[in-house]
Design a protein around this ligand. Structure first.
Ligand SMILES: NC(=O)c1ccc[n+]([C@@H]2O[C@H](COP(=O)([O-])OP(=O)(O)OC[C@H]3O[C@@H](n4cnc5c(N)ncnc54)[C@H](O)[C@@H]3O)[C@@H](O)[C@H]2O)c1
Ligand SMILES: [Zn+2]
Ligand SMILES: [Zn+2]
Length: 361
């Protein structure tokens, strides 16, 4: 019997989201239905609502979630009903050219559920990042469920499903930060602060947090920033160079997703340093840089999708660090809210009042 549950729908570009009835099919072969317990509000959900990701409205929003497996379809062996899982948007295929070369975190053919969830009139929904978890129960590919210790609260665990993993991974995996490195993070929302935390975990000697909002800079300090720069008041490139002996940082992580902040990241890094772009740009954005500077300054310019994470490797490890008191993931949860408050949460995110609002289901 299909499930009938309430979910948060974005019907059109820039329109306010609404809570509507969603029909969730029973899991087919290779699929699972997960009873969602908590789902964080990520900036990418707002990008979807604004038509910045694609035009495939209506979207079923929500993609940073944890919950309990309710039912599995034929042939599913990875998880079983009752398992506590974090939902991931990188269920690797094992067959594509990236997977076959032993780089599954780049998998080019990740799995999502084959069946569609619909509105009650049969309209097919596009789930955000192939998940759609502002929803009582959601249908995913079984590989999108990563089992972790049930001792972690769902509102904390779910955050690893997107933004916090993206930030931690931008620092640990893509940026490959190691002890003694100098690091700057531009944009200190949930993703940027997770990058600050990742840099701290990796043993960076200096972590410079840059934002336009002083409250964000305060929070960044709590996650391990050693220095802060308000880039409304100061030129961030000069400030970062001043704080690094005039050279620039070894690794600069851009967690805003705009050409001007990317340019700052490019010039605020030391020669042969690394820029990691984790902020998501919108389709009309263009970047212009002197090619001679790209060549002459050397180093690497990388982008980081989902922190180049491998959920099966990274989620259980990070949850264990949290449970041991070594990774304060709970500090990302600014507030818990209800399903009907997602639109309010977008406004709070826009004003910078929160790191993460998490919907409890
Ligand atoms: N690459 C990925 O896999 C991935 C995953 C999740 C989110 N993201 C993206 O990461 C970005 C950040 O997400 P978030 O959830 O942390 O958003 P957020 O809105 O919570 O944080 C953005 C931060 O950037 C700051 N900011 C805005 N303009 C700035 C500027 N000019 N200079 C410095 N700081 C500025 C804001 O004050 C805010 O603190 C978004 O673009 C989001 O879509 C990427
Ligand atoms: Zn693959
Ligand atoms: Zn996200």
């Amino acid at each position: 019997m299909p499930y009938e549950v309430q979910g948060v729908i974005a019907r059109g570009k820039g329109q306010e989201v609404s809570v509507e009835t969603v029909i969730v099919p029973d899991p087919g072969p290779g699929e699972a239905v997960v009873s969602v317990q908590a789902c964080g509000v990520c900036h990418t959900d707002l990008h979807y609502r604004e038509g910045g990701i694609s035009d495939d409205f209506p979207f079923l929003l929500g993609h940073e979630a944890a919950g309990v497996v309710e039912a599995v379809g034929e042939g599913v062996t990875e998880v079983e009903p009752g398992d506590f899982v974090i939902l991931n948007w990188r269920a690797v295929c094992g067959q594509c050219r990236a997977c076959l070369r032993g780089r599954p975190w780049y998998c080019f053919n990740t799995h999502n559920a084959a069946q569609k969830m619909t509105l009650s009139d049969g309209t097919e929904l596009s789930p955000a990042l192939g998940i759609g978890a502002f929803l009582g129960k959601t249908l995913v590919a079984a590989g999108q469920c990563t089992k972790v210790s049930a001792d972690a609260p769902a509102e904390v665990a779910g955050l690893l499903g997107c933004g916090v993993m993206a930030g931690l991974g931008a620092a640990l995996n893509t940026g490959d930060i190691t002890r003694g490195d100098t690091v700057a993070v531009i944009g200190c929302g949930g993703v940027g602060d997770a990058a600050v935390l990742g840099a701290s975990l990796a043993g960076a000697s200096k972590i410079i947090a840059v934002d336009v909002d002083d409250r964000k800079l305060e929070w960044a300090r709590d996650f391990g920033a050693t220095d802060t720069v308000n880039s409304r008041a100061n030129d961030p490139v000069e400030a970062i160079r001043d704080l690094t002996g005039g050279f620039g940082a070894d690794v600069v992580i851009e967690a805003v997703g705009r050409p001007e902040t990317y340019r700052q990241a490019f010039y605020a890094r030391d020669l042969a340093g690394t820029v990691v772009l984790v902020g998501v740009p919108t389709p009309e954005m263009k970047l212009e840089l002197p090619l001679l500077d790209v060549f002459g300054r050397g180093g690497s310019l990388k982008s980081s999708w989902y922190g180049d994470c491998l959920p099966s490797r990274d989620f259980p490890m990070l949850i264990d660090l949290f449970l041991q008191g070594r990774l304060p993931l709970d500090r990302f949860v600014t507030e818990t809210i209800e399903l009907g408050q997602v639109e309010e949460a977008f406004a709070k995110m826009h004003r910078g009042d929160v790191l993460r609002s998490v919907v409890i289901l």
